[in-house]
Design a protein around this ligand. Structure first.
Ligand code: NAD
Ligand code: UDP
Length: 316
């Protein structure tokens, strides 16, 4: 994918900004767009003097065309449960109108296309670990449905543009990912627990903490996604770290890292909170020769300075 012009939607977000860095490092020209509804311009500040990077503030739910592009990475969408429940209608719109608008651009310019889908397509899964052939267990009207069903609609739209219009599409199902630039206050478990531990507050565990997640460090995820974009695979592909943690175990890792002896504050489990989640990454391993390299303890340590800086900023 060297020396292409690449559109990244959601560029000011956690993953979008890391993706821009990776694409620029490969020698591409990158056009980042974002409406900043959950993103942070600070995530792109380090690119201020980069002549191959351009940023436009816009909402992808309205049709837009900023000129020819060779590839589209569609990462725009609120992603944290707190954000997408606050921005429910916006989340439905970006997953529907936003995805269709970006697919139209790919069709118009004959560009490649990769959509950031999610493990939430599996809902509260009855198949464990989750393999791509599993169709999922989603409550279509529950509080999480604005996100889950928007992402499932996006997958249908991406598959249809490939089927009807021959667009060279790719679908990645991303599992919980963390690292520097994760929004400090977006309510996701890693950001909440890291911030709480550094502030010396009690760590909030929803339910009894026995529910599981599998946490992937951001650089591992981006590497897998860039490989998928260069592949010939059109069907959904899981990218995530298959090592499964209970939320209580994850809290203990953070306590050990930060050296805090904070209490654990158990709070009610949100409705429809998936009980378990772990990717089957056999397909990514065999198709892309990819697997994650950074274990949770190391990834949390790599993220510590970022979260410390967030806590310091709060004090100012
Ligand atoms: P994020 O909230 O940090 O980034 C999303 C970005 O999209 C933000 O900068 C936001 O302002 C932008 N955006 C939202 N609606 C928009 C619109 N209408 N027009 C333009 N920009 C818009 O979240 P993230 O964690 O970086 O997630 C990026 C993508 O990856 C999302 O599509 C998300 O669903 C997907 N994903 C993330 C994870 C994860 O663990 N981080 C897991 C599964 C899927
Ligand atoms: N969670 C928690 N404490 C928090 C935030 C989240 O126990 O302060 C739990 C949440 O209920 C879920 C898991 O951690 O079971 C992961 O939540 P997150 O919002 O990070 O992502 P999800 O995978 O649910 O989309």
């Amino acid at each position: 994918m060297a020396s292409q012009t690449i559109l990244v939607t959601g560029a000011a977000g956690f993953l979008g900004s890391h993706l821009c860095d990776a694409l620029l490092a490969e020698g591409n020209d990158v056009l980042g767009v974002d409406n900043l509804c959950t993103g942070n311009p600070a995530n792109l500040e380090h690119l201020a003097g980069e002549t191959r990077f351009r940023f436009e503030e816009l909402d992808i739910c309205k049709p837009f065309d900023l000129g020819r592009v060779d590839f589209v990475f569609n990462f725009a969408s609120p992603a944290s449960p707190v954000d997408y429940m606050r921005l429910g209608i916006e989340t439905l719109l970006v997953g529907s109108a936003g995805t269709l608008n970006t697919l139209e651009l790919a069709k118009k310019y004959g560009a490649g296309y990769l959509h950031a889908s999610t493990s939430e397509c599996y809902g509260d899964p009855e198949v464990h670990p989750q393999v791509e052939s599993y169709w999922g267990n989603v409550n279509p009207i529950g509080p999480r449905s604005v996100y889950d069903e928007a992402k499932r609609f996006s997958e249908a739209a991406v598959a249809a543009y490939h089927r009807y219009h021959g667009v060279n599409t790719h679908l990645v199902r991303i599992f919980n990912t963390y690292g520097p630039r994760l929004q400090a206050n977006d309510g996701r478990v890693i950001s909440n627990l890291m911030m709480q531990a550094l502030r010396g507050e009690a760590l909030t565990i929803y339910g009894d903490g026995s529910q599981t997640r599998s946490f992937c460090y951001c650089s591992d995820l981006i590497e897998g996604i860039v490989r998928l974009a260069k592949s010939d695979e059109h069907l959904p592909t899981n990218i995530g770290n298959p090592v499964e943690w209970t939320i209580l175990e994850c809290a203990k890792e953070i306590q050990a890292l930060v050296g805090s002896h904070c209490e654990i504050a158990f709070q009610p489990l949100p409705q429809d909170d998936p009980k378990q989640r772990k990717p089957d990454i056999t397909k990514a391993r065999t198709l892309l020769g990819w697997e994650p390299k950074v274990p949770l303890r190391e990834g949390l340590a790599k993220s510590l300075d970022y979260f410390k800086a967030c806590v310091e900023r709060e004090k100012q």
